[in-house]
Design a protein around this ligand. Structure first.
Ligand code: ADP
Ligand code: MG
Length: 238
């Protein structure tokens, strides 16, 4: 399960309200992309969902349960950070095992999940290597592997490919989409890249100055942008 509901959620930093009251529902299994220009609040919104920031007001529900005050580790969500968040001195296997070790999962179960994640991510031959011996794309896959083994209700990605060069980015986009098909788990993916949004999303949430301009499928936004901002951002001819 992985249905996430935001009900009149706001966020202020000091006197500055960066998220005015916002309502949003993300359906179980959906690939939702938050898109919008730099500074529009994409990361803040994702961090609120993850619990890495406290909401100023409003409610966040995960699978119907009020999670507004739930600490990040107990929300059952996995945030995928950029590849540099790996431990350089640990092997790929140990990097992937780390969150399970912290959660007290027994070793047999750890190994089962590692093998299964490695298979899904084509990392089976790299488990004993250190992150420094991997390519950028492989390191990114390890970061995703570390999220998969926690069997989260949803994956949260914040511009995970921004450190990779253009060619690798295209490949990784396809891999993440493939993974979404395989796992059928809710994914929320933040990007300022329209192409990424249009090619990966089931549902796109277009943000501007902390509020939602429009929500819809890539085709809906392309054919029926609500205003010039959305049209300009999505690159449609309106
Ligand atoms: P995006 O990810 O879309 O680029 P952010 O969510 O990072 O945007 O930022 C949205 C707004 O909130 C920006 O104006 C940013 O300066 C502000 N902001 C983000 N985090 C903080 C913080 N910890 N303290 C103060 N202002 C912040
Ligand atoms: Mg950001």
């Amino acid at each position: 399960m992985g249905r996430i509901t935001l009900d009149k959620v706001t966020k202020s930093f000091g006197a500055t309200e960066v998220i005015p009251p916002l309502d949003l529902t993300i359906e179980d299994g959906e690939f939702t992309v938050f898109v919008g220009p730099s500074g529009c609040g994409k990361s803040t919104l994702l961090r609120l969902i993850a619990g890495l920031e406290d909401v100023t007001s409003g409610q966040i529900r995960i699978d119907g349960q009020d999670a507004t005050m739930t600490p990040p580790a107990k929300r059952g969500l996995a945030m995928v950070f950029q590849s540099y968040a790996l431990y350089p001195h640990m092997s790929v296997r140990k990097n992937i095992a780390f969150p399970m070790k912290m959660a007290g999962i027994d070793e047999a179960e750890q190994n089962r999940r590692i093998e299964s994640a490695a298979k899904a991510l084509n990392l089976t031959d790299y488990l004993e290597r250190k992150p420094g011996q991997l390519s950028g794309g492989q390191r990114q896959r390890v970061a995703i592997g570390r999220a998969i083994v926690r069997e989260p209700a949803a994956f949260l990605f914040d511009e995970p490919l921004s450190n990779l060069d253009a060619a690798l980015r295209v490949g990784m986009r396809m891999e993440i989409s493939e993974l979404h098909k395989k796992l059928a788990t809710t994914m929320i993916y933040v990007t300022h890249d329209q192409v990424e949004a249009m090619t990966m999303a089931d549902k796109i949430v277009v943000l501007r100055s902390g509020h939602i301009e429009q929500v819809g499928s890539p085709l809906e936004l392309y054919h029926s942008p609500r205003n010039l901002f959305v049209a300009g951002f999505i690159g449609s001819p309106k």
